[in-house]
Every structure is written in C-alpha cells, then in structure tokens.
Design a protein around this ligand. Structure first.
Ligand code: SAH
Length: 344
C-alpha cells in the first residue's frame, strides 16, 4: 500500500474517476472497449421490456407513467424493450413517456438515433435521476452504477487514510473515519470502497417509491455482500489497463456494493428484492424459450442467438458476475423473476 503524502495538485480518487469517466464517455464510441448485455442479444432488452410491462400491470396499468433508463449507452436496451412493449402491450406504449438519464452528448446522439424508429416523440434527457418528473415510474439500469465514482479508504493501525491520485500514482492522506454502510471491525490495512453517488440514488429512489408507485431494476457487476478490497478496474482497447494511466481513455468501473445500495433504499422506504444472479433472473424471465423461438424463426441466426444467451446466463461467463436487484413501492407484489427463492 502506498504511504506517500499527496502533492498539492493531487485529486481525491472519486474526483479523478468522475473527471476521467466524463471525458471517456464524451469521446469514446461505446463498445470500443467493452461489450454489454443488450449488445450481446436482443433478448436481453426484450425480457426487460416484458418485465416492465408486467410491473406496469401490477401497478394497476396507470394511464400515464415514466419509463426511464439510466446510462442507456447506445440505446439498444431501450429500443429492444420498446419493440416488445409496443407489440405485446400497446396500452402501455400509449401511457408511457420515455426519459433517459445520460451525461454524455455523444451517447445522447446515439440514443436519439437508436430510438428514432420506436418513438413518435423524442425521449426526454436528464443529467441526473433526481430531475425526473413526478409520477408513476419504471426505471431500468444496466451497467450504470459501476461507472459512478468511488472513494477508497485504508484502515491502518494509525487511523484512517484516503486514496488520492497524482501523476498516475496513488497517495494516502490521513482522514476522519468514513461513515461506512457496514460496521464490521476491520483488519489493519484493509481497503474499503464507498460509492456516495450510488447511495444517494438509492436513498432518493427509496423516498420516491415510498411516495409514488414505481419500480427500479438494477443490473450490474458486483457482489451480494459488502466486501473489502480494491475493485477499481480499467478497460482500454478491450483489455485490462492500469486505472490511473491515460485518464479519460479507459473505462473506469468498480464493483457495485449491492448490500449497501439495498440497505440505503430500504431505509428510505422502498421494498428491496434480490440480489439474484443475472443468469438465474434471465432464465426465470424466459431467456431460453424466447431465444429458441427467435432461432426457429431465423435459422441462419440460430447459432449467434444461442451463443448470446449462453454468454448472458452461463455461470462462468456473465451469468454469475452480474447481479440483479429490484426496488419497489411498498404494497406492490414481488416483481417477475424475484417471486421465489432466497437471494443468491
Ligand atoms: N446501459 C448501457 C451502457 C452502459 S455504459 C448498456 O448496457 O449497454 C454506462 C453508461 O452510463 C454510458 O451511457 C455513460 O455515458 C453513462 N454514464 C456514466 N456515468 C454517468 C453519470 N454519472 N450519469 C449519467 N450517465 C452516466
């Protein structure tokens, strides 16, 4: 562990990560460094569209509601979800207003293009979730939370220190004890991570869902229980890279602490379901059946469809690394895919 004192121009890790990712997402066409679930198979977005339709019905089919997505990337998930909704549940398509939470102008342009054919009026964009208008809400978010900036603290025998960044190196500065979601005693020299923007989103959503009917589905790279250790990682040119090098040219992410996220949402008033593994969740929603149906209709694409489904659900691929959590308004029934079984 680096124990150098930071130079005056050092940045706190979360400030560095926010700056680097803002630059990265504003300048890099998505998928040049990593591929996400909706880009692997159209069935991913379709199943989330079906999930949203069932939740909308369980909310009493409100005549007007907000269908939102956070961090929509190229807009593929929403385009696939809207195709399913328009075909299977036209009354829902009539009732919805589509809102997208996206900071990158480059991504917004991609999303506008992807959704042009699916919507008669353009979607509404927001920089932050908190500016979504009031009203019944269904929110989807795939690989959004892992891009939010984290702070890292190291518990040493002499007290707490926080990680700073300067000149592509880490530094440690003494700091007051951080308020951690998990109060377990820590071994000396343990590193713990805190994603304050994610906790703020959980608290905001919890309050909103306690007041106004709605549901939110988060799918991300993460762990079910609060862990310690450094999970900051960078992908550049589709390969793992050193996180502090070439800021803004690599995608920086950290594992999502779903335990802390769920606890903050629960404390603010939401009902919390999961996490389940992505593989178990997608299978319960009918991943294999829908894939087989599409493969039968387009035999020349059968191989690609089947290998896509396998990549999304197989434990050794994305099936176990990715986890799913739902936040719901109290009083609504358990959402599809979360009805049975203990969280895995
Ligand atoms: N959900 C998409 C893309 C994931 S990449 C998919 O599954 O393919 C992360 C997305 O979140 C990008 O669109 C990025 O521009 C956006 N993003 C990153 N940080 C954000 C922030 N703080 N606020 C809003 N959007 C953000």
């Amino acid at each position: 562990m680096t124990m150098r004192a930071p130079p005056p121009h050092a940045e706190r890790l979360d400030h560095f990560m926010a700056r680097a990712n803002t630059r990265y997402y504003a300048n890099t066409p998505l998928l040049s460094d990593f591929i996400t679930a909706p880009e692997i198979s159209q069935v991913f977005g379709e199943l989330l569209g079906a999930w949203a339709a069932m939740v909308w019905q369980s909310m009493g089919s409100p005549a007007s509601f907000i269908l939102a997505e956070a961090g929509p990337g190229r807009g593929t998930l929403m385009a696939d979800a809207l195709r399913l909704i328009t075909r299977a549940c036209p009354a829902m398509a009539q009732a919805m207003q589509v809102h997208l939470v996206e900071t990158s102008p480059l991504m917004r342009a991609e999303q506008a293009k992807a959704l042009r054919a699916s919507l008669t009026t353009p979607p509404h964009w927001h920089d932050r979730l908190e500016t979504l208008p009031d009203g019944p809400l269904i929110l989807l978010a795939n690989e959004f939370l892992d891009a939010l900036p984290i702070r890292q603290f190291v518990h040493t025998p002499d007290g707490w220190n926080e990680r700073y960044v300067a000149d592509e190196r880490f530094y440690l500065a003494p700091c007051p004890a951080p308020v951690l979601p998990d109060a377990r005693p820590l071994e000396p020299d343990t590193l713990v991570e805190l994603c304050e923007p994610a906790l703020a989103i959980a608290a905001w959503l919890g309050q909103r869902l306690a007041r106004t009917p709605g549901a939110a589905l988060f799918i991300d790279y993460g762990h079910a229980s609060t862990l310690t250790g450094d999970s900051l990682q960078a992908l550049r040119h589709a390969r793992p890279a050193a996180p502090l090098e070439a800021a803004g040219q690599a995608d920086l992410t950290a594992h999502v602490d779903f335990t802390a996220f769920g606890a903050a949402a629960r404390q603010a008033g939401a009902c919390v379901y999961g996490t389940f593994t992505q593989g178990a969740f997608l299978r319960r929603l009918g991943l294999m059946e829908r894939t087989a149906q599409l493969a039968a209709a387009a035999p020349e694409q059968a191989q690609a469809l089947l290998s896509g489904a396998e990549r999304l659900a197989a434990p050794e691929k994305m099936g176990h690394l990715f986890r799913v959590m739902a936040l719901l308004s109290p009083g609504l029934p358990a959402p599809p895919g979360f009805e049975e079984g203990l969280p895995t």
